[in-house]
Ligand binder design. Structure first.
Ligand code: NAP
Length: 246
């Protein structure tokens, strides 16, 4: 489905980003794999990607850093000559009631989840305009659609990301570039590992499909959104949440 394309995936050293890298590689895409702190895991993912017979290079970068993300995108464009698929997946959560959220935690969440995605889109925008093709997939969250208690900064960042998605979809449509958001519900990754016991059971009992999602539940949709079959879909926010938000 993605033969010969190049996909740049942020935060691909674990969880959902890792699954997207592997599934896009299985579909034939070469992978530019971004990570921030976990080089060892990034290298492991890179090996798994290469085992699918495609090219893979890894790039350390904090997506929240405007200058460094410009260097990152310039390097990747030089290495791969084109980016066909941008997946803004890097993200963090700092759960707390509003009364206890610190200014630093709020800023970190907004800087990585929202500004980080903006940085990547902004720096690749000229290349997307020039090549007159491409697709951008932003990993949002059901929290950004509905709001969620104890997740004010996270929900605000993902709500902003959804608005950014729709704006980019409108701006780049005339250039043949699509932009969509995926809004996962509760997916089993390092980010959600702290939720255990009764709290987890309570959440699972509120999911109509009665299970926590796997990273591959999200990556399968990402592969489809990057494929030719999704070329008439743009500006959408698609939930992958087992029916949680019905
Ligand atoms: P995860 O396993 O903790 O992965 C987060 C990834 O983001 C890691 O690869 C991490 O890289 C990277 N990252 C963090 N800060 C970064 C930065 N400043 N610059 C570049 N990369 C950075 O979490 P996940 O659950 O897979 O989350 C992936 C995305 O899905 C996030 O945007 C998250 O908000 C979204 N999401 C997750 C769920 C869920 O239930 N899990 C639900 C809805 C949405 P390093 O470890 O190398 O630093």
């Amino acid at each position: 489905m993605l033969n010969g394309k190049t996909a740049l995936i942020t935060g691909a050293s674990s969880g959902i980003g890792k699954a997207i890298a592997i599934d896009m590689a299985k579909a034939g895409a070469n992978i530019a794999l971004n990570y921030y702190k976990d080089r060892e895991c990034a290298e492991e993912v890179c090996e798994l990607v290469k085992a699918e017979g495609v090219e893979c290079k890894i790039y350390e970068c904090d997506v929240a850093d405007f200058t460094k993300t410009k260097e990152l995108t310039d390097t990747i464009l030089a290495d791969f000559s084109q980016v066909d698929i941008l997946v803004n997946n890097a993200g963090i959560a700092r759960d707390n009631p509003i009364l206890r959220i610190t200014e630093k935690d709020y800023d970190d969440v907004m800087d990585i989840n929202l500004k980080g995605s903006f940085n990547m889109i902004k720096h690749l925008y000229p290349a997307f305009m020039k090549q007159r093709s491409g697709t951008i997939i932003n990993i949002a969250s059901v929290c950004g659609v509905r709001g969620w208690h104890w997740q004010a900064s996270y929900a605000a960042s993902k709500g902003g990301l959804i608005s950014l998605t729709k704006t980019v979809a409108k701006e780049l449509a005339s250039r043949g570039v699509t932009c969509n958001a995926i809004a996962p519900g509760f997916i089993q990754t390092a980010m959600t590992a702290a939720l255990k016991g009764d709290k987890k059971d309570e959440l699972v009992s509120s999911i109509p499909l009665s299970r926590v999602g796997a990273p591959t539940d999200v990556s399968k949709l990402a592969v489809f959104l990057a494929s030719e079959g999704a070329s008439y879909i743009t500006g959408e926010v698609i939930k992958v949440d087992g029916g949680l938000c019905i």
